[in-house]
Design a protein around this ligand. Sequence first.
Ligand code: ZN
Length: 190
Amino acid sequence: MTSRISRLVVAFVATAGATLGVTVANPTPASAAMTICYNTSQAGSFVSVANQAATIWNNATSNLTLTANCGSNLRIYSITGGGSYAVRTSLGNGRVYIDTQQAQQYSPLRIMSHEIGHILGLPDNYNGNCSLLMSGGSAGTSCTNPYPSSAEATRVTNLFAGTRSGAERGSAVDSVVFQDSWPAVLAPIG
Ligand SMILES: [Zn+2]
């Protein structure tokens, strides 16, 4: 445990030094690819899961690149209890919290990809459909799909391209806390 904490501290110090002064990923024209720097210095055991989720989103979209530890547009935290959730401060910026207890019941990669989806502008859609990433916990613990549907991926691409307008874009770039529902599965009594 001590060595793990030491490594985390070293990683945090290194990252903090490298990212001073960085506030926005890439304020370039909407048509250019945007880099979203995510920070895993507080991600605990979920670092590799975060990297896998970033790759999934990079492959699913055409105009954004999630890059590890080049800045802090997106901070990823490991927490225990209270539920996984996402805090989007603006499109592509915010914080994701992954509950270690939920990650023992639900696929950690699906939780991670889902919560990052909120940062990328997607709302929840708890319709129980496992083919949707944003159905989250409603699809049950047996659903391990970590991939956005083509519609979900297209929506993110369009949001970052600036081709969505009006109320839809407005709701996607708002500062929102997504307190997610990944229902606990209770052990049967007796
Ligand atoms: Zn959600």
